[in-house]
Design a protein around this ligand. Structure first.
Ligand SMILES: *Cc1c(COP(=O)(O)O)cnc(C)c1O
Length: 219
């Protein structure tokens, strides 16, 4: 891939404009790479393994916002509860309850997104649109004072078929618009990665998660 990490960060800042936040997905990458992005002004980093993220949090500057973008096991929540800024992929009440419990122990409120399954292929994680609607009506939610639901996250099918990606992002855009009416705290729609962020931008994304186009392919 052409260019340095610093150049890629500058490119995305311009490309995305003021209204779309950039999560630099740094999973598997060494601290030097994250620092190069940091020095170019990047402050939000995304990881998909709690242990790796915690190691990076311990050794890197404290003004970095750490986003967990991957699937989270309930027994790992406690390790990131002291510092995590946003958990992107919540899909079960059991996980949300655990996040609430650990947030409370740390005297914090942890921001979360609900992951919706939009990929037409069925290998991806997430709630169906109907499961999401039911989840948001669950009376147990009101008891969870130490988590804040900030919006939705989704991943499109990994395919060259752009029409399919448009269709899948359209489903999430519509759901976000629908649920935002009832949930005024909603302000984040996390969709779009290196291969499909341009399509996501046509569907109202507010936060893209870019890894390989910033840091290069993962080994
Ligand atoms: C790895 C990952 C990304 C970044 O993917 P790229 O294609 O490298 O941009 C985005 N979101 C999630 C959930 C990921 O696991």
């Amino acid at each position: 891939m052409e260019g340095t990490i610093k150049e890629h960060i500058k490119f995305f800042k311009e490309e995305l404009g003021e209204h779309v936040d950039l999560v630099a997905v740094s999973k598997t990458k060494p601290n030097e790479d994250l620092m190069e992005a940091y020095e170019a002004g990047q402050r939000i980093f995304g990881e998909n393994k709690v242990q790796e993220m915690t190691g990076k949090w311990e050794s890197l500057p404290k003004d970095i916002k750490w986003h967990m973008v991957g699937h989270v096991q309930t027994n790992k929540v406690k390790y990131m509860a002291p510092y995590v800024d946003l958990i992107h992929a919540v899909q079960k009440m059991k996980l949300l309850k655990e996040i609430n419990k650990r947030a409370k122990e740390n005297d914090r409120v942890i921001n979360c997104l609900l992951q919706v399954k939009i990929a037409e292929e069925d290998s991806k994680f997430g709630m169906s649109p109907d499961e999401l609607r039911a989840f948001l009506k669950d009376p147990k939610l009101a008891e969870l004072k130490n988590v804040k639901l900030k919006g939705l996250m989704g991943m499109a099918t990994f395919t060259d078929d752009e029409d399919q990606v448009h269709r899948e992002f359209q489903v999430l855009e519509d759901l976000y618009e629908e649920t935002s009416k009832t949930y005024p705290d909603f302000s984040i729609l996390s969709m779009g990665m290196s291969g499909d962020y341009k399509i996501a931008m046509q569907h109202g994304t507010t936060m893209v998660r870019i890894g390989s186009s910033i840091f290069g392919e993962r080994g």
